[in-house]
Design a protein around this ligand. Structure first.
Ligand code: NDP
Length: 311
């Protein structure tokens, strides 16, 4: 039998937990499904220095633990599972959890975030978890004392390169253009680090090795010069894709998969379904903006439920 609730929150990053804090305080009795990675992308981040309220910075997992506790304090029902299917055709929205639980919700707040992108070359799959990783903070330790390479030039790549530089003798940073996309402060830190060697205008041709990664073949896209680097670890930090696949048949998305919300609100094209966080934000993608849109989604859902006289 289906479980009937007022508010379902899908996802447990800053957006989901903030939505839960607001929804729980507004007596919407929210049920929050955490998804596979409880706490979302911040669980694989080290120092967060730009979230207001933490003057000395905070570790990403610690911050998410604080968010979770605050959501629980007001009674959010937090469940460690994935929502794998939805049906938004009726007035009451249906969702199914991975254990088969069927939920009927008057309102749904989507905060499913985004996941790491891959280069898409064959050797990346061959060496997955045998030296190839999309999370330096999770896997960097395994490469302590060895040389590694990292692809990307955004804030994530900069942060991860700096993290690796504390463990590894040399970090080769492979940047496809002649400048970094990362914020100035992060780019400067990377350029100052003595053991991070930046390879400008450089793309990855193939990851090399036998059982495990032993090197990488790179090409300079200006000179077409091909060379090899001896590395044991190969990290990919080239951005993220929004986790919006399960909403494919119901919600409007842009051409890269981000959910489209109506101007000045968190409303999607389906009544009673609201979107927040990185699942709908291809521009800012910060913890603080995700929390802000989570708050918006809970306020919009509250207004919706009270107009329907559900709360
Ligand atoms: P970004 O989209 O900002 O950067 C992706 C990087 O990967 C770019 O440099 C891009 O190159 C490069 N890239 C993309 N595809 C390829 C490819 N196929 N081969 C080689 N390189 C490729 O993603 P991030 O994950 O770095 O950051 C996302 C957002 O999160 C940003 O807004 C960032 O500021 C924020 N962030 C903030 C942090 C903090 O403040 N502590 C930490 C981490 C992220 P190109 O530049 O040529 O397009």
């Amino acid at each position: 039998m289906a479980e009937r609730i007022k508010c379902l929150i899908i996802g447990s990053g800053p957006a989901g937990y903030t939505a839960a804090i607001y929804a729980a305080r507004a007596k919407m009795d929210p049920v929050l499904y955490t998804g596979q990675e409880m706490g979302g992308q911040l669980m694989i981040t080290t120092d967060v220095e730009n979230y207001p309220g933490y003057p000395d910075g905070v570790m990403g997992p610690q911050m998410m633990d604080d968010f979770r506790k605050q959501a629980e304090r007001f009674g959010t029902d937090i469940r460690m599972a994935m929502i794998t299917k939805v049906d938004f055709t009726g007035p009451v929205h249906k969702a199914w959890a991975e254990d088969g639980t069927e939920i009927h919700a008057d309102s749904i707040i989507i905060s499913t975030g985004a996941s790491a992108k891959w280069l898409g070359i064959e050797s990346e799959q061959t060496f997955m978890n045998k030296g190839v990783s999309a999370c330096a903070v999770c896997d960097g330790f395994f490469f302590k004392g060895t040389d590694v390479a990292i692809v990307g030039a955004g804030d994530t790549a900069a942060e991860e390169a700096l993290y690796l530089s504390k463990l590894c003798p040399t970090v080769h940073m492979l940047v496809r253009r002649d400048e970094m996309r990362a914020s100035k402060i992060m780019a400067e830190r990377v350029m100052k680090a003595e053991n991070i060697k930046i390879h400008w205008n450089t793309e990855t041709q193939e990851i090399l090795g036998g059982e495990e990664v032993e090197g990488v073949r790179i090409i300079n896209n200006k000179t077409q010069e091909v060379s090899e680097l001896a590395v044991k670890g190969f990290f990919v930090a080239i951005g993220h894709t929004p986790n919006t696949g399960i909403f494919e048949d119901y919600l409007d998305k842009d051409d890269t998969g981000y959910l489209i919300t109506k101007a000045d609100s968190s409303k999607t094209n389906v009544e009673g379904v609201f979107a927040s966080g990185d699942a709908q934000d291809r521009i800012y993608r910060q913890a603080v903006t995700a929390a802000g849109t989570g708050c918006m989604a809970a306020l919009d859902a509250e207004r919706y439920l009270s107009e329907k006289e559900i709360i």
